[in-house]
Design a protein around this ligand. Structure first.
Ligand SMILES: [Zn+2]
Length: 400
């Protein structure tokens, strides 16, 4: 029987394998993409002699899913739980610590991904190593599913969910009965979160020498008007929309702006990126159209403005199908002395991919979202160890 893993050591090993998401940019270097983590997971699953499947999504970017067989085969009616976690991290620019040293100091493990969400991955691996000590008839079947590209588009989770619902997955030709998506929630249970839609908006003008601006049409001036109206929409229109219980109201933010080629040229082009966070259950494309129509109605000449297709669409997690799952998980955590509760959060996760194919899904994990993506990212060892106990107990009781 293989030895149980130590959660801190496992996390340190994972942090030392860079899996930086390029976030849609052209990049070079040996810290990018998830393949080092995928290979690490594969060698662990091989060591455990567990069946696993790699799903190619993009070059050097593959989902990996392992199956821990339980008492009753899920294909013959046995229950099936899935533990899901993403393999990618955000970039490391601006960090004030060595992103990949995985230093353990004062009860914390530092490094990129330590909190979001290699800590959660280490918890899942540790739980798996403990479940393997149990006789097969004392545990349910459990998938450990590790996705790619959570931080910039959710493609891994989307493909994974699809492979279960269209039965193309070789490891499990059916949907799980429940999914726990790992994210840093401080052991609270996220039952709802907002969705997001992002797109590029461009203004078009006419270039001219800046010595005679009247010969041109300044695309930055047009964009300034657009930004003004978008701010108005965010501050005065969205607050009139309906609020969702755990989430409040939708939000809009203009996140980047660029335009012009030189100070002595009247710019003929300017672009911004728009980030719109909507409540679950709605239609992201309809929300986007409402923004575009509002903008067009406010501008004297809307033909100077164009909108690119959505660069990201995620519909959000609704609290409709996951009540029982959330209640059970909260009960398990609180029986161990925690004060877990059902919450909503404003950020996106892999969870909607599974919610969309009607699998009850919640988000749960060690560490605080406040430490994710930071310049000195860390997670408390105490959180990791507590999460191991909660997830292990939940797994053992699942399907009873
Ligand atoms: Zn994350």
């Amino acid at each position: 029987m293989p030895a149980t893993l130590d959660v801190s050591t496992t996390l340190q090993q994972l942090v030392r394998l860079p899996s930086v998401n390029p976030m849609g940019k052209q990049v070079q270097g040996d810290i990018y993409y998830e393949h080092r983590v995928t290979d690490y997971l594969e060698s662990q699953f091989r060591e455990w002699d567990l069946p696993f499947e790699r799903q190619a999504v993009f070059p050097q970017r593959e989902n990996i899913i392992a199956l821990l067989p339980g008492a009753v085969d899920p294909k013959q009616g046995g229950k099936l739980l899935m533990l899901e976690v993403h393999q990618d991290t955000v970039p490391v620019e601006g960090m004030t610590i060595d992103p990949f040293a995985a230093e353990l100091k004062d009860g914390r493990i530092y490094g990129r991904g330590s909190c979001d969400i290699k800590g959660g991955m280490a918890v899942y691996l540790t739980v798996f190593s403990r479940l393997m000590q149990l006789p097969v008839n004392q545990r349910p079947s459990i998938l450990l599913a590790c996705s790619i590209n959570e931080e910039h588009g959710f493609d891994g989770a989307t493909q994974m969910a699809q492979s279960f619902s269209d039965q193309s997955s070789t490891i499990m030709p059916r949907k799980p009965d429940a999914v726990i998506v790992a994210e840093p929630t401080m052991l609270d249970v996220v039952v709802a979160h907002k969705g997001v839609i992002r797109w590029v908006c461009q203004t078009h003008g006419k270039a001219a020498h800046s010595s005679d601006p009247s010969q041109g049409c300044n695309a930055i001036y047009t964009m300034a008007e657009c930004v003004h109206h978008l701010k108005d929409y965010a501050e005065n229109v969205l607050p009139t929309h309906a609020a969702y219980p755990q989430l409040g109201k939708p939000t809009l933010s203009v996140g980047t702006i660029s335009g012009g080629i030189s100070v002595n040229t009247v710019p003929d082009q300017c672009e911004i990126e728009i980030d719109y966070r909507m409540n679950p259950g709605g239609d992201p494309l309809a929300d986007r159209k409402a923004v575009i129509d509002f903008l067009a109605s406010k501008l004297p000449d809307a033909t100077k403005v164009s909108h690119g297709p959505p660069t990201i669409i995620s519909p959000g997690l609704s609290a409709e199908k996951n009540q029982d799952l959330a209640t059970q998980l909260i009960k398990t955590a609180n029986a161990q002395g925690h004060t877990s509760k059902a919450i909503g959060v404003p950020y996106g996760t892999d969870a909607p991919a599974f919610d969309l194919v009607d699998v009850p899904t919640v988000v749960f994990g060690p560490g605080s979202i406040n430490q994710a993506h930071t310049k000195d990212e860390w997670v408390a060892v105490e959180q990791l160890e507590a999460a191991v106990e909660v997830v292990y107990e939940f797994c053992v009781g699942f399907g009873e």
